[in-house]
Design a binder for this molecule. Structure first.
Ligand code: NAP
Length: 355
């Protein structure tokens, strides 16, 4: 049980990110001063939405220069904070060297931030943004989980540097976090394990998250011939912000927490978008056949290997979100609302084009 003083500032790493943007908005809305750790505090374009939120809520935000790979670079930002939200970690399929671009920042970054917490006496709780990717890699892992359902007890044992290295990066980073947390008694660790995050981005002009890449591809015609029918969990980015906030301030928050609103699939998402927007926009309408994905997948996207297609296509995704509802007071908004709000953002930003 940890009580966090709401008059003290909180640190958010990766403050420029898609997930962090909504978390920071939630914190500022509650009158909590935010120490925002960013790689470049002079990048006005990347910080504009955060400064605007701070002005709107009349609550201070201070920017600090920090890099996951630079030891000690979170010291200044963490000073005086009781609560640390560690969200920074690369989430992209656009990499050349998985070790250098995904694994190192995820693992060394977690080590850097959490070891810093050991040095800063004010820190009482660290919230780590892990992922359901630290629980499973492929839908075949879902099928193999007890009862065919992912829970907080399940760990990803199938990702590797060669197979789904992003999932591997999140698994190794979360393991490192538990190792460091178990070696000390000053602060407690609460882990957030979100499924795929969808919903409008408050950083749309500068968003790099893979979530945004996927969303754009669903509206810009890239997927107009169809989507792979792959089971996936989905959570709204605004619900995820609430989960982080509650994990920070609810005294009893603990352990790993699956944050996922819906056991869904890319095909269900396509059907929702097609029902509402299909006559005007080039949204996906149907599932791509497995044989076609086997044939062309690897040349379209390097993550869609034959092994990935074999282990995921036409298989469902199921996770148990009851811990989040019972212990973190989570209520999840309908998937249709998430997808419509996302698509409306793409329309207003002129990211999707009429057919
Ligand atoms: P994002 O928008 O790309 O945010 C990633 C953040 O990490 C950015 O602020 C980025 O800073 C920062 N970062 C990357 N490398 C860094 C480095 N070397 N030093 C300092 N900062 C660095 O992605 P997101 O979707 O919001 O992801 C945020 C977190 O949620 C990640 O931990 C991700 O694994 C997790 N997550 C995301 C999803 C999802 O579907 N989106 C699902 C589960 C978990 P720059 O702006 O400077 O690049």
């Amino acid at each position: 049980m940890v009580t966090i003083d709401k008059t003290k500032p909180v640190l958010v790493t990766g403050a420029t990110g898609y997930v962090a943007g909504w978390l920071i908005t939630e914190l500022l809305k509650n009158g909590i001063t935010v120490h925002a750790a960013v790689r470049n505090p002079n990048d006005e374009r990347k910080l504009a939405h955060l400064k605007a939120a701070s002005d709107r809520m009349n609550t201070p935000i201070k920017f600090f220069k920090s890099d996951l790979l630079e030891d000690g670079s979170y010291a200044e930002a963490m000073a005086g904070c009781e609560l640390v939200f560690h969200t920074a970690s690369p989430f992209t399929s656009n990499y050349k060297d998985a070790q250098r671009e995904l694994i190192d920042p995820a693992v060394k970054g977690t080590e850097n931030v959490l070891k810093q917490a050991n040095q800063v006496g004010s820190v009482k709780r660290v919230i780590l943004t892990s992922s359901c990717a630290a629980i499973y890699t492929d839908c075949t892992d879902v099928a193999a989980a007890p009862g065919g359902v992912l829970t907080e007890k399940v760990w990803n044992e199938s990702a590797s540097l060669e197979h789904q290295p992003y999932s591997y990066s999140k698994t190794l980073a979360e393991k490192k976090a538990w190792e460091i947390s178990n070696g000390q008694k000053q602060w407690d660790l609460v882990v957030i394990n979100p499924s795929l995050v969808m919903g409008p981005a408050i950083n749309i002009g500068t968003a790099t998250s893979e979530s945004m890449t996927l969303l754009k591809q669903m509206g810009d015609g890239t997927m107009k011939s169809g989507v792979p029918n792959i089971g996936i969990g989905i959570v709204d980015v605004r619900d995820l912000a609430k989960a982080h906030f509650n994990a920070g301030y609810m005294e009893s928050a603990n352990g790993r927490n699956i944050i996922s609103g819906h056991n869904s699939s890319f095909l269900e998402v396509a059907h929702i978008l097609n029902d509402v927007y299909g006559t005007k926009y080039p949204v996906p309408k149907k599932a791509l056949p497995k044989w076609l994905l086997m044939l062309i997948g690897p040349s379209v996207n390097k993550s869609i290997t034959r092994k990935f297609v074999r282990n995921n296509v036409n298989l469902p995704w199921r996770a148990d979100n009851s811990k989040s509802r019972e212990e973190l007071a989570m209520n999840y908004r309908p998937l249709k609302e998430t997808m419509i709000d996302s698509f409306e953002m793409l329309i207003s930003e002129k990211i999707v084009k009429l057919k």
